[in-house]
Design a binder for this molecule. Structure first.
Ligand SMILES: C[S@@+](CC[C@H](N)C(=O)[O-])C[C@H]1O[C@@H](n2cnc3c(N)ncnc32)[C@H](O)[C@@H]1O
Length: 197
């Protein structure tokens, strides 16, 4: 199936991804892992026209929805990529090439036998730290208390990252699609902000 709207065909571009090749000028790059229907990233793109954004999402239906919305709204500083977060991080991004990584409401896989499917594990955290440029920012939100404790432990254990003031880093951030749903149920949200040393 062909690309839809602002959907990036990884087979048609040179890897590792490069801001200038993707966006026509050497912009800072930010990525959202598990961008869902693109609600957060599209708002963020409009608010930050001088930044190049990449959303990665493995569910093609949501990815296409987001890519089509971007095209309809004329938002051209964002590309949506249909692959896994792991493929984007390990194969498509160069070390030190990204100024921010956003991970909002990653699937918590609550059953013990499914924990191995969780995105947050030490090798993925280490690779996020590696693709971040010095002082680059990782922001994470989850509504799942048990997953939040694990995420907190994994981020604290990564020596290339240091915690930074979450209140300031999350101020004015647009809500994600899941966040809007969870807010209706008044579910508490756990937030993490860490910078690359
Ligand atoms: C709970 S939803 C949250 C979506 C969005 N971030 C939000 O807050 O509205 C998690 C999303 O991550 C996607 N996802 C889960 N694991 C992924 C992976 N390894 N790579 C890319 N996307 C993934 C799912 O398909 C789903 O759309």
């Amino acid at each position: 199936m062909g690309a839809v709207g602002q959907m990036l065909d990884l087979g048609a571009v040179r890897l590792p991804l490069d801001g200038e090749a993707l966006f026509g000028s050497p912009v800072p790059l930010e990525v959202e892992l598990g961008s869902g229907n693109g609600q957060f990233l599209l708002h963020w793109a409009v608010a930050h026209p001088a930044v190049g954004l990449i959303g990665v999402e493995r569910a093609r239906k949501y990815l296409e929805m987001a890519a089509a919305r971007a095209e309809r709204a004329g938002i051209l500083n964002v590309w949506f990529v249909h692959t896994t977060a792991e493929d984007l991080l390990f194969r498509c991004l160069a070390p030190g090439s990204v100024t921010a990584v956003h991970v909002y409401f990653p699937d918590p896989w609550p059953k013990n036998r499914h924990h191995k499917r969780r995105f947050f594990r030490s090798e993925n955290v280490a690779r996020v730290a590696e693709v971040l440029a010095p002082n680059g920012l990782l922001r994470v939100k989850t509504d799942h208390a048990d997953y939040a404790s694990l995420i907190g432990e994994l981020l604290a254990a990564e020596s290339a990252l240091q915690p930074t003031a979450a209140d300031a880093e999350f101020e004015g951030l647009p809500a994600t699609n899941f966040e809007v749903k969870y807010a209706r149920d008044a579910r508490p949200v756990h937030r993490f902000a860490f910078r690359r040393l």
